[in-house]
Design a protein around this ligand. Structure first.
Ligand code: DAH
Length: 337
């Protein structure tokens, strides 16, 4: 019996030396320390021993059991500590690519334009996209039968025929005149709506930046100076300018501003339709009726106003030649800008 105990003891020692993992330790436990394990089997066999041998053998067996149990506990603790101290994050894994978004080209263009006008001393104001006829048309000196008031051009709100989606940012001029007093120097960026057939050149929803300067003795020369300075900072130094007479109900005189096509240098290309010129803004001196609508005395004050289409500028700067590209939100397009 003593012999057999020695054999098991030897086995236990050999096993212990090889244990390196939780699994191996578990195997050891199952082999020696469970109810039907090798140590318990030896205890069971003590029944066969003569009475007087039992105490001595029992003592040896108990010692063996204690040894096996204490070694088991030690190794268990060691392995658990090792597992806990190993970092759970695998630092050798390649990092995940973080996709960071960026501003939409329309917003980028708008910000660039706003920044330039801010440098020139303009403040920024905003107005509602759902407007009333007074701000969108009446106060801006549109006659009652003006075609722009037609359902074909304007989205009216079904439940209230006096309300509409603003067709331009000009109504914000009226709101600014109402809430402040001259000198007034504001730009007013925002979204506008028109009932237009959608094509590569036009959408029913787009963006404009409006400008307004009202003070004593404001002249057309200042309007020209402002537009020229803005264009140089936005499109480049070597530009030529053309103010063409035009008509808007809310300005008199009115003009449209052309700059030399900066894509072909004025030689003529597809973008400028072989004219060498790009039309970039409508502008003019604020009509006295508009000033009167908001109780500003046209004898004491004059002003100029202008309006720029943001999509048009963004198309020129990005080379995107289909306006719909801005709204499809195809990442292959947007990621380029
Ligand atoms: N509101 C005009 C439009 O949508 C653009 C415009 C032209 C604005 C002349 C102005 C201006 O302030 O003076 O076509």
């Amino acid at each position: 019996m003593i012999e057999e105990i020695k054999k098991v003891e030897q086995e236990i020692k050999e096993h212990l030396e090889k244990i390196n993992s939780k699994e191996e330790l578990e195997k050891f436990h199952n082999l020696f320390l469970v109810k039907k394990g090798k140590i318990q089997q030896l205890f069971d066999r003590m029944r066969e021993l003569p009475r007087e041998e039992k105490p001595a053998v029992g003592k040896i067996l108990n010692e063996l059991k204690k040894l096996a149990e204490s070694r088991y506990r030690e190794i268990h603790e060691k392995i658990t500590a090792e597992i806990e101290s190993t970092p759970k994050v695998d630092l050798t894994l390649p990092g995940r690519v973080n996709f960071v978004g960026h501003h939409h080209p329309i917003y980028q263009t708008m910000r660039q334009m706003v920044n330039i006008f801010t440098e020139l001393g303009f403040k920024v104001a905003e107005g509602p996209e759902i407007e009333d006829e007074y701000h969108n048309f009446d106060a801006l000196n549109f006659p009652p039968d003006h075609p722009a008031r037609d359902m074909q051009d304007t989205f009216f709100i079904k439940s209230d025929k006096k309300l509409l989606l603003r067709t331009h940012t000009s109504p914000v001029q009226i709101r600014v005149m109402h809430s402040t007093t001259p000198p007034i120097r504001y730009i007013m960026p925002g979204r506008v709506y028109r009932n237009e057939a959608i094509s590569a050149r036009s959408l029913a929803e787009f963006h404009q930046i409006e400008g307004l300067y009202i003070n004593r003795r404001v002249t057309f020369a200042e309007l020209k100076g402002t537009m020229i300075e803005f264009s140089r900072r936005m499109f480049g130094e070597n530009l030529r300018f053309r103010f063409r007479p035009s008509f808007f109900p809310f300005t008199e005189p009115s003009a449209e501003l052309d700059i030399t096509c900066f894509l072909c240098g004025g030689k003529g290309c597809r973008v400028c339709k072989y004219t060498g010129w790009l039309e970039i803004a409508g502008c003019g001196m604020v009509h006295p009726n508009v000033l009167k609508a908001e109780n500003i005395d046209p004898e004491a004050y004059t002003g100029f106003a202008f309006g720029l289409g943001i999509e048009r500028v963004a198309m020129l700067l990005t080379g995107i030649d289909d306006i719909r590209m801005f709204y499809i939100n195809d990442l292959r397009v947007l990621q380029q800008f």
